[in-house]
Design a protein around this ligand. Structure first.
Ligand code: SUG
Length: 439
């Protein structure tokens, strides 16, 4: 069994529109100029780091943005140019919502349960409904379509997105952890939620409903004894941990979390006792507030790193460069080497994504597969040198160096984006999958 990551290829409209309440970076960088070309190349370089570790690497295609069909549904009409300009004049925020490149954060694309965990030995996948933030909710349909193209029915059960409960949604793998002796063994799956969808507590934005998490666990045919539900710490949410993958992470037998990651210590301890007794060499590493205060965990994105088992069977952490600015995080990494199986560290520059609150782990959807399942994937979505080179050339040629949120109304940007997507469908050999290609 091995880990393959599908990253969201960063699209040509990457921008800072301040759309995500509760996400500090998104709010802080509102209306700053973005650098789409640089962003996309940084994302690719991060993926290449994972390839160099010996892991399989795929990409999801960017979504069609600005999304003209969505604007039409709201009643904007005329030529594309007229639609963009009347939407912008009606509300800049509205146009930004239909123009975000947010599908880059593939950790929010879906929740996946690998085959050793499920009763029918199929891999179960549920595309996230992302209902809490409008700009993200419009990703679901195209993600669902892509999943059906990439992951074949013979091995994958692809569920329709979960129901939405008032303002709460499902944020996919960003709120899901798996712990197992090794990738091969049946694992324990942890679903992390913000609140019950039926509690109307709007003090802070809680994105994931308990009931939705439960429905996914149920649909994925998991063994209830191996499934846990933990609530995100409410203070952590208020301070900016809008997803659980900012304050905890796991890989095989290693589970790392900040002291303030989870709300209910009793639930956590009960679960830890079970994991301790069932998993050989289970390593739970808790970071205390005195070691690294919650605010530094959130600002550094230390735990939004990708913890992987590389092809030499060593555990390796892929961290954002920003961590180097935090002395307490750097000394904790020294300690981690001494006390755990995690021995290797790589730092990646994904600053453009970080400025919208997306670290290394946000940019990828992790899929655990055996060889047969891996061979069954649509290989056009998996990266080799040739495909990566074609994508890089396209980005160099077509992406803008600089983009301001107001540029989203520029009809040339729409044309450029369509050219990019059109060419990507040729590189990935998908046929016509975008709405504008079907006209
Ligand atoms: O949903 N940012 C994303 C960041 C997602 C990070 N993902 C994980 N933690 N797994 C979000 O808040 C900002 C868009 C803007 O403001 O323009 C944004 O959508």
């Amino acid at each position: 069994m091995s880990e393959v990551n599908f990253d969201g290829l960063i699209g040509p409209t990457h921008n800072y529109s301040g759309l995500s309440e509760g996400n500090n970076a998104s709010k802080k960088n509102y209306s700053s100029p973005s650098n789409p070309k640089n962003a996309a190349l940084q994302g690719i370089k991060k993926a290449e780091t994972l390839i160099a570790c010996g892991l399989g690497q795929g990409f999801f295609l960017p979504h069609e943005r600005p999304f003209i069909p969505g604007l039409k549904k709201l009643g904007f009409n005329g030529t594309d140019e007229e639609i963009l300009s009347s939407a912008f004049n009606h509300s800049k925020v509205l146009l930004s919502n239909f123009s975000s490149a947010s599908s880059m954060w593939a950790a929010n694309a879906a929740t996946i349960s690998p085959s050793p965990d499920t009763k029918d030995n199929k891999i179960h996948l549920t595309p996230a409904n992302l209902n809490t933030m409008f700009h993200r909710s419009i990703e679901t349909e195209f993600t669902y379509q892509q999943c059906k193209i990439i992951f074949p029915k013979k091995y994958f059960e692809i569920h329709s997105p979960a129901i939405t409960i008032s303002g709460y949604g499902d944020e996919g793998a960003a709120n899901h952890l798996r712990i197992s002796k090794s990738h091969n063994e049946k694992g324990f799956e942890i679903f992390v939620y913000g609140e019950s969808g039926f509690k109307n507590d709007k003090k802070s934005v809680k994105r994931q409903a308990l009931e939705v998490s439960r429905s996914i666990a149920f649909n994925h045919k998991l063994d209830i004894e191996n499934t846990f539900f933990l609530q995100q710490n409410l203070q952590a949410i208020e301070e900016g941990s809008f997803h659980n993958d900012i304050v905890s992470l796991s890989n095989e037998n290693v589970f790392i979390a900040h002291e303030n990651a989870f709300q209910n210590k009793d639930d956590l301890n009960k679960m830890l006792n079970i994991l301790e007794s069932k998993i050989d060499n289970f390593q739970y590493i808790e970071i205390s507030n005195s070691e690294i205060p919650l605010k530094d965990i959130i600002n550094s994105y230390l735990l939004n790193s990708q913890l992987i088992t590389n092809s030499d069977n060593e555990m390796q952490l892929i961290l954002p460069e920003e961590v180097k600015g935090f002395e307490n995080c750097m000394s904790w990494l020294d300690k981690l080497k001494q006390i755990s199986d995690v021995k290797l560290f790589d730092f990646v520059d994904i600053r453009q994504s970080m400025m919208n609150g997306g670290g290394p782990a946000c940019l990828r959807l992790k899929v655990i597969l055996n060889d047969e399942e891996l061979d069954s994937l649509n290989q056009n979505f998996l990266m080799n040198n040739e495909r990566l080179e074609s994508i890089k050339l396209l980005i160099e040629r077509e992406y803008r160096d600089v983009l301001y949120p107001d540029d989203l109304k520029d009809p040339n940007l729409l044309d450029e984006s369509r050219r990019v997507l059109d060419e990507l469908t040729q590189i990935f050999d998908t046929g016509s999958i975008y709405e504008f290609q079907k006209l």
